[in-house]
Design a protein around this ligand. Structure first.
Ligand code: ADP
Length: 608
């Protein structure tokens, strides 16, 4: 090993995040301390866990602690822990890149608009990089547990950092902030004491504040979740939530309970108000941390089904050994039992909160899209999840429950009808709804990608199957005696017209049929029975999977429509067919193949 410094560049994304953090999180800059203390406490938890399997690491550790030390002379603030520490690779990987899940999406989602970006950063959690909001230089002196010597990492936050071997670095990590002039308030012990109390009071290891040569413990240090509900204030819950979730919002709901029975555990769960940015990362686990007897074990085990992954909080149990291994965590029935218990509890809470529709809508707007994933796969609680789901429908502007939909069903109606699409206003205009609306039959309007999937796998709601309006056939007739107004084309005329339409459109459509489902529109486009809907195809295309899937397009024409009658009388209706077909594509949200031709033909027809 040489004693030479190496200078390395931050990953490009880090530079971008740093820049935004420094310039836009100003009003909340004091959170840097919370982030550093949280990292320090995590590092101690990690070493404590490592010692369970590698007892030799314990020799040099006499009690875990975090120290916050301001120094007025050097204008530095140092946060020190005797936790796991970092080696050279750790420094490069953890402090030089943003490896956290969701970071790529996060960076893409930054708009350049400071207000908006700030809210996003709040949801992302800036972690270590928050240091650069208050310091123009940051040093990290660290030695990893078990290593012989350590490292000094230094950066001014602009593009690069240096790493130098440091033989004298003590076990653990010190983060040394060289505070800028405007930020010397963070040298004031009074201010620091207040901040530690506010943000980190619940941290279970002692946090010392070093004042001159004296050290005082500042935090209460008792795990908040082990306290009695009656001893915890709303503000304490909120601060705890924000600290463990790196969030800025107030939790929409807080569940704090102790479960006794087969498995003994304590849970403190939060449902956020705003969705965290990495909610749709494929590897996103919930934000739940597993503790055994107040010792941190893991933050990435499945403690709830994936459709409850918006939860954050802490689960603490006595029913696992402290030195539980990863493999054991995956197999133990204890976690399975806890998962069942938590799921039940959360669903019951949601049911209760749903009694106030206005409050529930806040939750639904943020997490309905996730909860609906619970309709997709079989589980014991699938029906309960269905009761908690809300949908827009043709019955007014408000969200409805399935129970209410069913109560409004027509006497002989056997299915729950739905239509999928990309947005509500377009869906409300879809011609496929006409036959339903005119008969007074309600249709659910579904706009989330997941809706394309659960509607095909969800067995039934109270004996009622889900049926896409495009797939509705003869049963629609039975639901109302009302006939469409006017005279239908004769079968012979209709067949002739259909032949001409087919000749004009060629392979753009697989088939042309008449339908009774339209009342106002001359035509509408559907896909064949059992095939992917047009909406799903658009979703696939948006994900770059266009060629593999292409359902048959079927053009349905309305034999009662005056334009259709007109076309049937024409020798050559090709121009009309083209223009109407392109118009149908637009209504459906499909791209028009040749917009210029469409406009040209339309203009010609108008001139006539
Ligand atoms: P996060 O803590 O959310 O992962 P940070 O940017 O705060 O994000 O930290 C990045 C990583 O750097 C941590 O996950 C951890 O691996 C490492 N790290 C930060 N501070 C310390 C510390 N005091 N001791 C050991 N490792 C640390």
């Amino acid at each position: 090993m040489t004693n030479k410094s190496e200078t390395l560049s931050f990953q490009a994304e880090v530079a971008k995040v740093l820049d935004i953090v420094i310039h836009s999180l100003y009003s909340n800059k004091e959170i840097f301390l919370r982030e550093l203390i949280s990292n320090a406490a995590d590092a101690c938890d990690k070493l404590r866990y490592a010692i369970l399997t590698h007892p030799e690491l314990a020799a040099k550790t006499d009690g875990f602690k975090v120290t916050v030390a301001p120094d007025k002379k050097t204008k530095t603030l140092t946060v020190t822990d005797n936790g796991i520490g970092m080696n050279r690779d750790d420094l490069i990987n953890h402090l030089g890149t943003i490896a956290r899940s969701g970071s790529a999406e996060f960076i893409k989602s930054l708009s350049g608009d400071k207000q908006k970006d700030m809210a996003l950063i709040g949801q992302f959690g800036v972690g270590f990089y928050a240091s650069f909001m208050v310091a123009d230089k940051v040093q990290v002196r660290t030695k990893k547990a078990g290593d012989d010597s350590g490292w000094l990492w230094e950066s001014k936050g602009a593009g690069n950092f240096t790493i130098t071997p440091d033989k004298e670095a003590p076990q653990g990590t010190s983060v040394i902030l060289h505070l800028t002039k405007e930020n010397d308030e963070f040298l004031d012990p009074f201010r620091l004491r207040h901040l530690i109390k506010q943000y980190s009071d619940f941290i279970s290891l002692p946090i010392f504040l070093k004042n001159d040569k004296q050290e005082e413990t500042v935090n209460a240090g008792s795990a908040l979740w082990m306290k009695n509900k009656s001893e915890v204030t709303d503000t304490q819950y909120k601060d705890f939530y924000q600290s463990i979730s790196h969030a800025f919002d107030t939790p929409w709901d807080t569940l704090h309970f102790h479960a006794e029975g087969v498995i003994d555990y304590t849970a403190l769960l939060f449902i956020p108000t705003k969705p965290p940015v990495n909610l749709f990362q494929p590897d996103r686990k919930s934000g739940l941390n597993l503790y055994v007897n107040q010792v941190f074990i893991a933050d990435d085990v499945d403690l709830v089904p994936f459709w409850l992954r918006f939860l954050s909080g802490v689960i603490d149990t006595k029913d696992l050994p402290l030195n539980v291994s990863r493999e054991m965590l995956q197999q133990t029935p204890v976690l399975q039992k806890i998962k069942q218990g938590l799921t039940k509890k959360v669903l019951a809470e949601l049911k209760k909160r749903a009694e106030k529709p206005e409050e529930y809508q806040t939750f639904w707007d943020s997490f309905g899209i996730v909860l609906k994933e619970g309709l997709y796969e079989p589980s014991d609680v699938r029906d309960e999840v269905a009761e908690l789901c809300r949908f827009y429908s043709t019955n007014g502007e408000e969200l409805t429950t399935l129970a209410d939909y069913v109560s409004r069903m027509k006497k002989n109606q056997e299915a729950i009808y739905y239509l999928t699409g990309s947005d509500l206003p377009t869906l409300r205009q879809n011609p496929q709804l006409e036959g339903f609306t005119s008969k007074g039959i309600e249709v659910l309007l579904l706009t989330d990608p997941i809706d394309e999937f659960w509607t095909n796998t969800f067995p039934d709601y109270k004996g009622k199957k889900f049926l896409a309006v495009q797939q509705a056939g003869a049963e629609l007739e039975k639901l109302s005696d009302e006939k469409p107004k006017g005279e239908a084309l004769s079968k012979e005329d209709a067949d002739k017209l259909i032949e001409k339409i087919k000749a004009t459109l060629g392979d753009e459509v697989k088939d042309v049929q008449t339908t009774d489902r339209l009342t106002k529109s001359p035509m509408s486009l559907v896909t064949g029975a059992g095939q992917m809907s047009l909406n799903l195809e658009r979703l696939m295309r948006a994900h770059g999977q266009q060629t593999a899937f292409n359902s048959d397009r079927i053009l349905q024409i309305n034999p009662y429509h005056p334009l259709i009658h007109k076309m049937a009388e024409m020798e050559d209706p090709a121009d009309y067919v083209r223009v109407l077909f392109d118009q149908t594509l637009v209504v459906e949200g499909e791209p028009v193949k040749d917009p210029a031709r469409w406009i040209e033909k339309l203009t010609e027809l108008l001139l006539k």
